[in-house]
Write a protein that binds this ligand. Sequence first.
Ligand code: CMP
Length: 147
Amino acid sequence: EKERTLAMIKPDGVVGNYSEAIRKVVVDSGFSICKEMTIQLDEDRASIFYSEHSSKSFFSSLIRYMTSGPVLVMVLEKDNAITDWRTLIGPTDASKAKITHPHSIRAMCGQDSQRNCVHGSDSLQSAEREISFFFDDKYSCETVTIH
Ligand code: CMP
């Protein structure tokens, strides 16, 4: 059963020029990129996106990081997309990922537990919320061709 997830390349990934390398991993791993958009989040929008973390000690730092530059958001589609994308990106703490999951995307481009380069929806409910947070039309999924 085809599933959709929201993937995001965070500001450290975009600034560090990892977008093309990450897109290649995405496509080589069998995902279709349905939609993509580069966007600069402001404080209000970032706070809404991460509202479930609003009580955490790292929240203000997270918002500063996520508004520090543009992010690239993508709707990815394949069978089991949500779990498979989370597996591909690796654990939250990129410094640990470099040791325990050396082939993961976070090991490739992340730095620590905050600057971890990429995001992936953690459930079907999150995926639906996060996709509609960025994109109006959540039902059409025309594959984007990469040149
Ligand atoms: P992600 O799991 O995509 O969404 C929540 C984000 O909060 C997470 O990525 C990190 O960027 C950040 N985060 C999670 N845990 C910590 C932490 N312990 N310290 C700082 N930032 C964190």
